[in-house]
Design a protein around this ligand. Structure first.
Ligand SMILES: [Fe+2]
Length: 721
């Protein structure tokens, strides 16, 4: 993968500017805007069909290597008013990898050099060029320590106190050599800054609570006061407000003359601090217990590359899924671009690309997990994906943990994303998943002859209800899993005011998701302690800083998918998918119209993804969970294998035999249809592999027939009830 690239914006309207950043060691790159009208073909085929856009000239730009900034830290300028000669710095720390090599907890750049507090091999040391003093206190991972460092003409000291837990040693005070201290200029937290490859140097992993600078040597008694209460009567010469401005990258200064500081590369706020006592699990209620910042050596929320391409989309360009095709030497890569319809025009249908899902899974490291018990095919990880494990510049996904085991809660589209490219294979299904699979749906819409536009989750969040109201039918992707409150509310009101939805995926409308208000290219996902999840929320850290929403699954907020689209997450597995057995409702009433031309009793028992229309993540209709009782259950999946287990949120006790063969009444996918207020309607199929069946046999099959029948009815007149 020698050509890496990303767009400044993922979706644009005709007439708008597109900018793209590229990195390649190859000398020259040829760039061409192309339309992507087709899906990837059969499993293993990985086809990329494209049509050139003649109105945009082919561009050629020189190749160059650009680096992604990796590792978070804070830069806190101290202003001109600091005194020289002596200083003290107090803070509390919660290190996550203290046994690793040297990590800079903080560094003070002063006119005479750089004073650093370093943690390495489980010990804290104060250094300036050489080590001044090392603390006797063993530093253990995920424990809170109050640390006061002092330096003056008489010498230096490290005064360390363990704040929680039982131990043989709670307090250690160690004294060492002096060093010359000039006028402090900048306080750096968690690193001394970035190297030439933009990687944070000796990055500290963990939390830092309430760093404060003093222009004198604090006495032992004052250190003790700080350890026990978090404060002292001695006036700080620099101090910052951490327990506020939760989503801001600026750190407000509390001392006159000291400017605000800057948080770099995704420093986390809204995390529990040294004094969190479990009284509340949100910083909204007890902000004084959330005065910590959290740092990771592998944080990456904006590649921040220079742009290599800059062009305007033709005003006449038809909405759809496009790509910039980049060619250099023997390499060719396609990076997708979503082109919306004109702002004031609608169409019969809107395909809503689930960019929040693409982002949540962007560059995921799930291949590190063992899924062998729930998949029956061989696991073949594409070569490009292996790069993720060796090159931290790709960043991580919201399915991953950081190198220190803490969860990744942010994902950015401003970086090269390996698994959001057309034709990209997926090892979990042995075929395709997410964006590459969604291209089957795009191909089906292209073939339908119906006028349709494309927009993204992010567009919906930004433009709100006005975006949806222009369309008769909304068609979802195969996995619209991550929804903001705005998106959720807009879809709900669209359906209540007569809108029509084809939910053609599985496990949709599931996780609470937020867009960072300062950086809309970043999503925040703080999971809960329930829901089918790959990491558990750290206690006290569920609330999203971007939106103040309580994180978790929408179901626990009373906004679950059952009440919105009639079906909700029931199971997941990656052995062979099933077909749908037709039920009585498909032979009469509106079902007869929607199944017109279909003679088989079993439909969708085929497909390019897991060999069945019902598979991967599947949803069922369940009135007890909020599904509408008046829905027509048109068909239900035939029993899935035991690789498909009942979702964990429906189990309160750990019991065996929760698989598809044991619990077919719960582990299943339902195909349903129901009407909403004012002439609205919903068709839901509750399965991620459905799109692969739609495309089977060149779109000549009973699933394609049913789906096209629904699209045509939804775009014109609903069948009589
Ligand atoms: Fe998912």
């Amino acid at each position: 993968m020698q050509i890496r690239a990303y767009f400044e914006e993922w979706s644009r309207r005709p007439g708008e500017r597109v900018r793209m950043a590229i990195s390649t060691p190859l000398p020259e790159v040829r760039a061409e805007l192309v339309r992507l009208p087709k899906g990837p073909g059969a499993a293993g085929e990985c086809r990329i069909d494209s049509e050139a856009v003649a109105e945009v000239a082919v561009m050629t730009v020189p190749g160059r290597i650009q680096h992604c900034p990796v590792g978070s830290y804070a830069r806190l300028p101290l202003g001109g008013g600091q005194a020289d000669g002596s200083l003290s710095l107090s803070c509390a720390i919660w290190p996550t990898l203290p046994a690793k090599g040297p990590q800079t907890v903080w560094a003070i750049e002063h006119s005479g050099g750089m004073l650093k507090l370093v943690v390495a091999n489980g010990r804290l040391s104060l250094t300036q060029g050489e080590t001044l003093v090392t603390s006797d206190m063993p530093i253990l991972a995920r424990n809170w320590y109050s640390v006061v460092a002092t330096v003056g003409p008489e010498g230096s000291a490290l005064d360390v106190y363990l704040l929680k837990g039982h131990t043989r040693m709670r307090h250690a005070r160690d004294e060492g050599a002096s060093c010359a201290i000039g006028r402090p200029e900048v306080l750096m937290l968690a690193s001394t800054g970035a190297d030439a490859a933009r990687r944070a140097v000796d990055c500290y992993n963990g939390k830092i609570d309430s760093p404060r600078l003093y222009s004198s040597v604090l006495a032992a008694g004052e250190c003790r006061e700080l350890h026990l209460t978090g404060s002292t009567k001695v006036k700080a010469s620099a101090d910052w407000l951490i327990g506020s401005d939760w989503s801001s990258r600026a750190l407000r200064s509390l001392v006159r003359g000291v400017p605000d500081g800057e948080l770099v590369n995704g420093v986390e706020r809204g995390v529990t601090g040294r004094n969190w006592d479990g009284r509340s699990d949100s910083f909204i209620e007890t902000p004084e217990q959330y005065c910590a910042l959290q740092f990771h050596e592998d944080d990456m929320v904006d590649a921040d590359w220079s742009h290599d391409l800059d062009f305007i989309l033709p005003k006449s360009l038809k909405s759809g899924v496009y790509a910039v095709k980049l060619s250099a030497g023997p390499e060719t890569e396609h990076y997708p671009l979503f082109v919306m319809g004109p702002k004031t025009e609608g169409a019969s249908a809107l395909f809503l690309a689930s960019t929040n899902t693409y982002l949540a899974y962007a560059n995921d490291h799930l291949a590190a997990l063992d899924f062998s018990a729930v998949m029956t095919h061989d696991m073949v990880v594409p070569p490009d994906e292996k790069l993720l494990f060796t090159d931290p510049q790709f960043g991580r996904s919201c399915y991953d943990t950081h190198s220190d085991g803490t969860p990744v809660r942010y994902s950015s589209r401003r970086r090269p994303i390996i698994n959001v490219r057309p034709g990209y294979p997926n090892w979990l299904t042995g075929s395709y998943r997410h964006f590459p699979q969604d291209m089957y749906l795009v191909e089906w819409l292209e073939r339908s002859g119906m006028d349709f536009h494309v927009a993204t989750d992010e567009d919906l969040h930004r433009e709100g209800a006005a975006l949806l109201d222009k369309y008769k039918v909304i068609v979802t992707s195969s996995h619209p899993e991550y929804w903001t409150r705005v998106g959720h509310d807009c879809l709900d009101s669209y359906l209540k005011s007569g809108g029509r939805l084809m939910y053609l995926g599985g496990n949709g409308f599931y996780w609470v998701t937020s867009h960072d208000p300062e950086r809309p290219w970043v999503i925040e996902v703080r999971r809960d302690n329930s829901g089918t999840r790959c990491w558990d929320a750290p206690y006290g850290e569920r609330t999203h800083v971007a939106s103040l929403e309580q994180g978790g699954i929408w179901k626990t907020r009373g906004r679950g998918p059952h009440g919105l689209v009639g079906v909700g997450f029931a199971s997941e597995g990656w052995s062979k998918g099933s077909g749908y057995q037709r039920l009585d409702a498909s032979y009469g009433g509106p079902g007869a119209t929607l199944f017109k031309g279909v003679n088989e009793e079993l439909v969708g028992d085929f497909g390019h993804v897991l060999g069945g229309a019902a598979g991967d993540e599947v949803d069922r209709h369940d009135v007890s969970l909020g599904s509408p009782a008046h829905a027509h259950i048109l068909a239900s999946s035939t029993p899935l294998g035991n690789e498909y287990q009942l979702v964990i949120e429906e189990q309160t006790l750990a019991l065996p035999d929760q698989g598809g063969q044991h619990k077919p009444s719960q582990v299943r996918s339902d195909m349903i249809y129901f009407t909403t207020d004012n002439g609205g309607a919903v068709f839901s199929i509750g399965s991620m592999t459905y799109a692969g069946a739609l495309a089977w046999n060149d779109f000549n099959n009973n699933i394609a027939r049913i789906t096209t029948n629904v699209l045509e009815a939804f775009a014109s007149e609903l069948p009589p009830e």
